[in-house]
Design a protein around this ligand. Structure first.
Ligand SMILES: C[S@@+](CC[C@H](N)C(=O)[O-])C[C@H]1O[C@@H](n2cnc3c(N)ncnc32)[C@H](O)[C@@H]1O
Length: 378
């Protein structure tokens, strides 16, 4: 297999996480970073990118076209120049479907234009279908494409027009494990980005105190196998969904209130959570009306040098974290289905006085002891 030009698409704000994951495959270099997309050159190797919404082969790229309907002819020309045979070969070699059973295409653009997305789709889709000798399925009427149609994507971002062919049979964000869901469940690529930001090590204890359908813990398992994974939720339907999704994976799901956790002080290495702050799910139990209690429990259970990766609807919660000795070391805004949540990484610094060995403690007296004139010999 030769090196191929690919494009991975993601949630707005996850581009840096996606770049990191691409580079960590060890067989790819980044070509460009755009709005919700990263272009890269990939050699052989595993290309399952968990932070990507989808992964495509690059079929064509040119300057963005103008804003008028007459400019659409340039996209038809782009579709005529696509190397269909080469793309089909490359997709098959990378484990994708063979041939083109039919063509369906999804277009999007930035900026004001006198055409709509369906006009773009029809112009490009019809040319591709005719050239491949297969049917074209128009999305204009809202019907799902028949099975076996190849997923194409066209983006106009104001600078470039980019035409893409999906590598796999299904979009990468759909997870086979996610057979049960709940309101407010997390988009798996966001959960994967959170799990990767946690930088877990095998043997560590990882907690989601409001685990819902279990997405974060399951992504944590796929990111670093061998951690101890523990999830609580007050809702029995959420716990059922989490257990069904986790299947045989080593994830313990228990009934529990995130405002009063049955977990020892400073016993958790990593916390992953998108708490129920009334976006789609209301906080229940001890958290109802008392979100500060969630922060108190987080600060209580997190070990020295522990880390929490949390998705928050707005920045106010970070004040609670700071007041409780948790430092927000990185905050990134995402754009997720119409909301703009913050993905925050919080760390507890090592409490030097608590964790010093007795020998260290006798060698360097505490500041308090020194101010009282107490020395090692005294
Ligand atoms: C936004 S959802 C979490 C979604 C989850 N990350 C997923 O991917 O499915 C918030 C969850 O918090 C739970 N919850 C609400 N109040 C709670 C409390 N006091 N203790 C524990 N869980 C609570 C809800 O039942 C819901 O499942």
């Amino acid at each position: 297999m030769t090196a191929a030009r690919l494009v991975a698409r993601c949630v707005r704000g996850l581009e840096p996480a996606l770049c990191t994951e691409i580079l960590r495959t060890g067989s790819a270099t980044i070509d460009w970073i755009g709005h919700r997309e990263v272009g890269f050159l990939a050699g052989d190797g595993d290309l399952r990118l968990r932070t990507a919404d989808d992964v495509f082969l690059l079929a064509g790229r040119r300057d963005d076209i103008g804003p008028y309907k007459s400019d659409l002819a340039a996209l038809a020309e782009m579709a005529r120049a696509v190397d269909l045979e080469g793309l089909a070969r490359e997709r098959r070699a990378r484990g994708g479907p063979a041939g083109f059973g039919g063509i369906e295409i999804s277009a999007s653009f930035l900026g004001r234009r006198t055409y709509n997305r369906y006009d773009i789709e029809d112009v490009v889709g019809r040319v591709l279908a005719e050239r491949a000798g297969v049917p074209y399925h128009a999305r204009r009427h809202g019907e799902a494409p028949p099975a076996g149609h190849s997923g194409w994507r066209l983006t106009l971002d104001g600078t470039h027009a980019t035409l893409l062919l999906r590598l796999g049979r299904r979009p990468a964000h759909r997870r086979a494990y996610k057979t049960a869901t709940i309101p407010g469940t997390l988009h798996p690529p966001v959960a994967a980005a959170m799990a990767q930001a946690a930088e877990m090590r095998p043997g560590q204890r990882v907690l989601d105190p409001c685990c819902g359908a279990g997405t974060l813990l399951i992504e944590a398992h796929h990111t670093v196998p061998g951690t101890t994974l523990l999830g609580f939720d007050i809702d029995p339907a959420a716990r059922r969904a989490a257990r069904q999704n986790a299947g045989p994976l080593p994830v313990a799901i228990e009934h529990g209130d995130a405002g009063a956790l049955t977990v020892a002080d400073r016993s958790i290495d990593r916390v992953l959570c998108n708490p129920p702050w009334g976006e789609q799910v209301d906080a229940g139990g001890r958290l109802a009306g008392h979100p500060a209690q969630w922060w108190h429990e987080l600060a209580r259970v997190l070990a020295d040098e522990g880390r929490a990766i949390v998705l928050l609807p707005e920045a106010r919660g970070l004040g609670h974290a700071l007041a409780l000795g948790l430092t927000p070391v990185h905050v990134q805004q995402l754009s997720l289905f119409g909301s703009r949540p913050l993905l925050a990484r919080l760390e507890r610094q090592r409490d030097r006085r608590r964790s010093r060995t007795p020998r260290e403690a006798t060698r360097s007296p505490t500041r308090g002891a020194r101010s009282k004139g107490v020395s090692r010999e005294s």
